[in-house]
Design a binder for this molecule. Structure first.
Ligand SMILES: Nc1ncnc2c1ncn2[C@@H]1O[C@H](COP(=O)(O)OP(=O)(O)OP(=O)(O)O)[C@@H](O)[C@H]1O
Ligand SMILES: [Mg+2]
Length: 256
């Protein structure tokens, strides 16, 4: 579903189809990502949510359809052009993939070393700033193995936001974390949005966390976005698929 002219999309998935071998993951998939808002994508395990994030970051190409970022079709770009777009987008992975042999500070510095020509002092300052914004100031010199699961996630966020991206894509930021750390991370995403004045797309299965942060919610089902609206209207949706998903009911139109 696409938003009206009132709200401007920073990114758009336009009639995308994508299969892996015989497995059709997306078909007729349309989604607008509204600038400055937090959009949460919900859907069953294996529905294709992470695939959507990889499309938005140009890591995957659709079989047909288009993916636009700031009005530019990123599906037909050279690697060089894509790298320019990628500087504005940051993907925080489902499993926060820090390099074990580097300290947290060095891990967070990686995108700056790769994409910028900042001096060592500037890098140090930017990394300290990013770690501070996720409440991890004291972890600068720790190795990832010394951090808890929640701290690792937040270190992954710090790395994702250190370049000041316009669009941050979070893949399951709270999965497997206790309720207190989940709240902390939800607050962190909200705070980072304020700090960056940017846009976020969050994939989550955690309904309280979703409704605490989402401006818009999109539900992916059988390859397409079958419901898209403000969080409040999705919460009150009468669409039987959305209702069953939100209630976690075993009986309904979703085959289990
Ligand atoms: N590179 C790949 N090669 C083959 N199949 C893939 C590949 N990536 C994803 N798939 C398949 O595509 C489907 C959608 O995967 P995806 O990871 O996008 O789902 P998801 O909604 O993120 O699921 P989860 O909630 O479990 O993270 C799954 O059936 C998965 O097995
Ligand atoms: Mg996934």
């Amino acid at each position: 579903m696409q938003t009206s002219e009132v709200s401007k999309p920073i990114a758009r998935i336009d009639d995308v189809a994508l299969s892996f071998g015989d497995r059709v993951v997306l078909k007729n998939c349309n989604l607008d990502i509204v600038e400055g808002a937090i959009t949460c994508i919900i859907g069953l395990t294996g529905a294709g949510k992470s695939t959507i994030l990889r499309l938005l970051d140009g890591l995957l190409l659709p079989d047909s359809g288009h993916v636009y970022v700031r009005g530019q079709d990123i599906c037909h770009m050279s690697e060089e052009q894509l790298n320019v777009v990628r500087k504005k987008i940051s993907l925080s992975f489902q499993f926060s993939a820090l390099l074990d042999s580097l300290t947290v500070g060095e891990n967070v510095a990686l995108p700056l070393r790769e994409h910028t020509r900042l001096s060592e002092a500037e890098i140090r300052r930017a990394v300290a700033d990013a770690l501070e914004s996720v409440g991890l100031t004291s972890a600068y010199d720790n190795l990832p193995a010394e951090l808890s699961g929640g701290m690792l996630k937040r270190a992954g966020f710090a790395r994702a936001i250190v370049t000041g991206p316009e669009l941050v894509l979070y893949d399951e930021p709270t999965t497997g974390l206790d309720p207190i750390v989940t709240n902390l991370i939800t607050d962190t995403i909200l705070r980072l949005r304020e700090k960056l004045k940017g846009t976020a797309v969050v994939i989550s299965h955690d309904l309280p966390s979703i409704f605490a942060m989402a401006d818009y919610v999109a539900m992916l089902f059988e390859g397409a976005i079958i419901a898209y609206d403000t969080a409040e209207r999705i919460r009150q949706s009468t669409n039987p698929i959305v209702v069953q998903f939100l209630e976690g009911a075993e009986v309904g139109p979703i085959p289990i």
